[in-house]
Design a binder for this molecule. Structure first.
Ligand code: ARG
Length: 397
């Protein structure tokens, strides 16, 4: 029987060229699998037809937008997931989703090989392969860009030689990855750390410097998950999509950073994640109102580890699952409304409301109705200071 290869297909130059190349190299049939994680852009019918035009024996286009939003983006909100305190894990979240569908397609088509377009220098190869190792350990993995040293120039020559139905001139000087949760842009002039990003590289957000009428949005959460905007219930995909547009119009969610990759390299990346940053800002504030102090403190450590595990390609791992059990437990009372004022590139919380709030007006107030027993504070402070007092007394003796 002819060997079958399932290829993670984007419709771009590199993975298009991979179709005839892999078929030749392995004397195999190639099945292209394109996952819609809300990346927008080209219509998927065209991607489907291009795969067949490049010689794939079959092409599957999977609409995973709701799945991505609900099962990957929303857990990231619950975990306030920001790698290095800044990056909302745009690409890192989509890889396990793609892995899951690749493994399913491989089983369906009796494939023995899986292929992806990653190079050997990035995190994404790790995320694909660590995920596949867990879900489909028997599959062999081939990454032409890495394993056969494919370069862009080689790909263009090959595409022209084979007369593949791709517009080679359409390729951008940047490496871009985008989905519902945001966009990642690297390479080109951005590789010089001193160069400021130009307006051209953004597409999900307007310039925060350009005047726009401010916007205000009320995000409703239920157990840590966003469920409505301005009182209107929405699916996860709808909610993120709408907020991307509204927060994007205010220039929210632009991030220009140097990041520590798993493979040891420091790299410059520019991100935009308007809904991601707005939702995490709102969620953090609702946690401030509803989580007990010690739980909130400990959760910060758990959140950080969760984000690192996901960044490092360990979505399908026991520790990540255990951390999630903790996070889910903390989210039981994270329900309520957050009002965000959005303008000049910033989402600012201006109001909070929750039936699960731990904020007690009568304890907090400096006005009439104070129920806090101030006379207890003196004894508390005395005992609280006791260990340090003893230690300092010993020092000065
Ligand atoms: N550095 C980011 C990550 O590892 C994004 C990777 C993909 N970026 C890109 N521009 N192609 O998650």
């Amino acid at each position: 029987m002819t060997e079958r290869i399932v290829l993670a297909y984007s419709g771009g130059l590199d993975t298009s060229v991979a179709i005839p190349y892999l078929a030749e190299q392995f004397d195999a049939e190639v099945i292209a699998v394109a996952i819609d994680a809300g990346q927008g852009g080209e219509d998927l019918e065209a991607v489907h037809d291009r795969a067949l035009g490049c010689g794939a024996v079959a092409a599957e286009v999977i609409d995973a937008r709701e799945e991505f939003a609900a099962e990957y983006c929303y857990p990231a909100v619950s975990a306030n997931a920001l790698y290095m305190d800044r990056y909302p894990l745009v690409s890192a979240l989509s890889r396990p989703l793609i892995v899951k569908h690749l493994a399913q397609a491989a089983e369906k088509h009796d494939a023995t090989i899986v292929s992806h377009g990653c190079t050997g220098k990035g995190n994404d190869q790790v995320r694909f392969e660590a995920g596949l190792a867990a879900l489909a350990p028997d599959l062999k993995i081939v990454a032409p860009a890495r394993d056969f040293a494919w370069t862009r120039d080689k790909a263009i020559v090959f595409a022209e030689e084979k007369n593949l139905p791709i517009d080679v001139t359409a390729s951008s000087p940047y490496s871009i990855d985008q989905n519902l949760w945001g966009r990642a842009v690297e390479t080109g002039f951005l590789e010089d750390l001193w160069n400021a990003p130009i307006e051209d590289i953004y597409s999900y957000s307007h310039s925060p410097a350009e005047p726009a009428d401010p916007d205000e949005v009320i995000v409703t959460f239920d157990k840590g998950r966003p469920v409505a905007l301005d009182g209107e219930t929405k699916t996860a995909y709808q909610l993120i999509d709408e907020l991307n547009r509204r927060a994007g119009a205010q220039g929210i969610g632009r991030i220009d950073m140097v990041e520590d990759r798993l493979v040891g390299i420091k790299s410059r990346e520019v991100y935009e994640s308007p809904a991601g940053i707005a939702l995490i800002t709102a969620h953090m504030e609702l946690e401030a109102v509803t989580l007990e102090r010690e739980q909130a403190r400990f959760k910060r450590t758990v959140d950080q580890r969760w984000g690192e595990m996901v960044y490092d390609g360990l979505w399908f791992s026991p520790l990540k699952n255990s951390l999630e059990s903790f996070i889910d437990d903390t989210q039981r009372h994270v329900s309520g409304d957050i009002r965000l004022h959005m303008q000049h590139g910033k989402a600012t919380v201006t109001g909070r409301h929750s039936h699960q709030s731990l904020y007690d007006f009568n304890l907090a107030t400096y006005d009439e109705g104070d129920s806090f027993k101030q006379e207890h504070a003196r004894g508390f402070v005395e005992l609280w200071s006791l260990p340090a007092k003893l230690a300092y007394a010993r020092q000065s003796n």
